[in-house]
Design a protein around this ligand. Structure first.
Ligand SMILES: C[S@@+](CC[C@H](N)C(=O)[O-])C[C@H]1O[C@@H](n2cnc3c(N)ncnc32)[C@H](O)[C@@H]1O
Length: 255
C-alpha cells in the first residue's frame, strides 16, 4: 500500500497543502513544476522537494532493501524525511539542515505521526560524523543527498557518508541532471566503486549508488534509466520531430 496518502494527511494537518507532481508542460514549461512546495495560508513555502513521481519511484525500493539507519542531508520542510520514515517504519531516520524552522516543523510532524525520526540543525559535510554518532545505532544503510547542489558538494557529502555507511548502503542523489551535477556524481561513483545509475526517467535525474549484487534493485533501476547511446538517439529524434514553433526560425538563422 502506498504511504503517500498518509504523507499528505500529515502535512495537511499542519496547514501545509502539498503542491507537487505537475507536468512542466501544464505549468508554462517551468522546470520545477514536478517538485514539492506547500501552500501555507496564503503563502508558498518550500524549496523543490522530491516530486510526487519520485516518491512513487522510491516506494518501489521497499521490495529490494530493508534499511535500519537512514540519513537525509538537506531536510528543508521534512517532506522526504517524513516520507522515508513512513516508507521504512523499521528504520531510524535522522535528517540535517542548516535552517532551524524546517527542522522544528519536521520534528512536530514526526511526533504527530509517531515516527522514528529526528531532524537536527547541522551542516554537511562537517557535522555529518557527529550527527551519525549521536542519532543512529549502526552504519547508514540509506542516504538521501539533497543539500548543496554542486558537483563538489555532493562529492564531499558522499565521502563523509561513505565513512559511516554499510557496504551495501543505497545512496540517493536528488537533482543530479537538473542541477548539472553529473560530473560530481560520476566522481562519487568512481570513489565508491559500486554500481551506479543516473535515473534519466525521474523528473530531477535522481542518481543512485548501490550494491550491484542486489539483482532485484538493479533490474528495478534499469526501468528508470537509459543506455546513453539510445537516449542520445531518442533525444535527437524528438528534437527533429517535435512541434517546436521556433524551429524553422532557428534552423534558418544565418542561411
Ligand atoms: C532542495 S532542499 C531539500 C529538499 C528536501 N530533501 C525535500 O525533499 O523536501 C535543500 C536544503 O538543503 C539545506 N542546506 C543547504 N546547505 C546545507 C548544508 N551545508 N548542510 C545541510 N543542509 C544544507 C537548505 O537549507 C535546504 O533546506
Amino acid at each position: 500500500m502506498s504511504v503517500v496518502p498518509r504523507l499528505f494527511e500529515l502535512y495537511n494537518r499542519f496547514g501545509m497543502r502539498p503542491l507537487t507532481g505537475y507536468s512542466s508542460h501544464h505549468m508554462h514549461d517551468w522546470r520545477d513544476a514536478p517538485f514539492t512546495r506547500f501552500l501555507s495560508g496564503d503563502s508558498l513555502v518550500g524549496c523543490a522537494g522530491l516530486a510526487l513521481e519520485e516518491l512513487l519511484f522510491l516506494e518501489g525500493f521497499r521490495e529490494h532493501i530493508r534499511p535500519r539507519n537512514i540519513m537525509v542531508v538537506g531536510n528543508a520542510h521534512g517532506w522526504s524525511t517524513i516520507f522515508l520514515a513512513l516508507l521504512f517504519p523499521e528504520a531510524r531516520v535522522v535528517a540535517l539542515d542548516i535552517e532551524r524552522s524546517g527542522v522544528e516543523l519536521t520534528n512536530s510532524i514526526a511526533a504527530a505521526g509517531e515516527l522514528n525520526v529526528i531532524a537536527v540543525v547541522a551542516r554537511s559535510p562537517d557535522h555529518l560524523a557527529r550527527v551519525h554518532a549521536d542519532h543512529l545505532n549502526g552504519p547508514i544503510d540509506f542516504a538521501l543527498i539533497d543539500a548543496v547542489h554542486t558537483g563538489e558538494a555532493i562529492r564531499a557529502d558522499h565521502e563523509a557518508i561513505s565513512k559511516a555507511a554499510a557496504p551495501d548502503a543505497v545512496h540517493v542523489f536528488h537533482d543530479v541532471i537538473n542541477h548539472g551535477m553529473i560530473e560530481g556524481f560520476k566522481a562519487a561513483a568512481r570513489a565508491d566503486g559500486r554500481a551506479s545509475r543516473v535515473c534519466t526517467r525521474t523528473p530531477s535525474g535522481i542518481s543512485i549508488l548501490f550494491n550491484g549484487n542486489n539483482a532485484g534493485l538493479a533490474a528495478y533501476l534499469d526501468c528508470f534509466s537509459d543506455d546513453p547511446e539510445v537516449y542520445r538517439l531518442y533525444r535527437e529524434h524528438v528534437s527533429r520531430t517535435s512541434c517546436d514553433p521556433l524551429k524553422a526560425f532557428i534552423d534558418g538563422f544565418g542561411r
